[in-house]
Design a binder for this molecule. Structure first.
Ligand SMILES: [Zn+2]
Length: 212
């Protein structure tokens, strides 16, 4: 009975944040994990956001994509980087359109991504306890499969949760995108760090106004 790779690996087994200078590096295909788009959709949504936040183009960005997501790092090879970058740029466009209140354009870009990264779901496993879904497209690399699963998961998220949850951090110069999962959908910052910076600045400007 061959071992089937699952994405639902406990966090403890995830590779610790690796040496960024090491780059993606070739990984033996045997170690490749295949995504289960439908059972790990939360994780795939997070990957979509991670890809959107990877700066496009240069070498450190290439590392950022793969190092920032340990599981993708396991399966990505240098040959996958153009695809990862392109997907990342387009995913970022989705958030940018939403931020500029161009929801239709955002949906259009996400539809393009869906068309480009098609799922070919299939049930694998021969015994009842081992049956699970793969999204394998014939000939696609494991990294390409991750992207397909991530795009799909983000599309499901958009339809189920609403496009207004797609946010870009409002702290000037930050630009990190995130999904606002708060009840009131009014989250403005990517992180407590950006929120603190904004609050400190607001506080200082109030104080200046008072002392003037
Ligand atoms: Zn931020």
């Amino acid at each position: 009975m061959p071992h089937h790779d699952h994405l639902s690996m406990p966090a403890a087994r995830a590779r610790p944040a690796a040496d960024p200078s090491a780059g993606p590096g070739p990984v033996p295909r045997a170690a490749a994990r295949r995504p289960q788009a439908f059972t790990d959709s939360r994780e795939m949504v997070a990957l979509a956001v991670q890809l959107a936040n990877a700066p496009p183009g240069n070498t450190p960005a290439e590392a950022a994509v793969t190092v920032g997501w340990p599981r993708l790092r396991e399966v990505a090879t240098p040959a996958d980087l153009p695809l990862l970058h392109q997907a990342g740029r387009q995913l970022r466009e989705v958030f940018a359109h939403v931020g500029a209140r161009r929801d239709r354009e955002a949906v259009h870009v996400l539809n393009r991504l869906l068309a480009r990264h098609r799922l070919r779901p299939a049930i694998a496993g021969t015994v009842p306890t081992d049956r699970h879904l793969h999204v394998a497209a014939p000939g696609a690399t494991p990294a390409a499969e991750h992207v397909a699963a991530a795009v799909w998961a983000l599309a499901v998220f958009l339809c189920e949760q609403g496009i207004d949850r797609f946010k870009t951090c409002t702290e000037p110069g930050c630009g990190i995108v995130f999904l606002d999962e708060t009840t009131n959908r009014r989250r403005r910052f990517c992180s407590p760090r950006c929120a603190t910076r904004a609050h400190v600045r607001a506080h200082r400007s109030r104080r200046r106004t008072v002392t003037r």
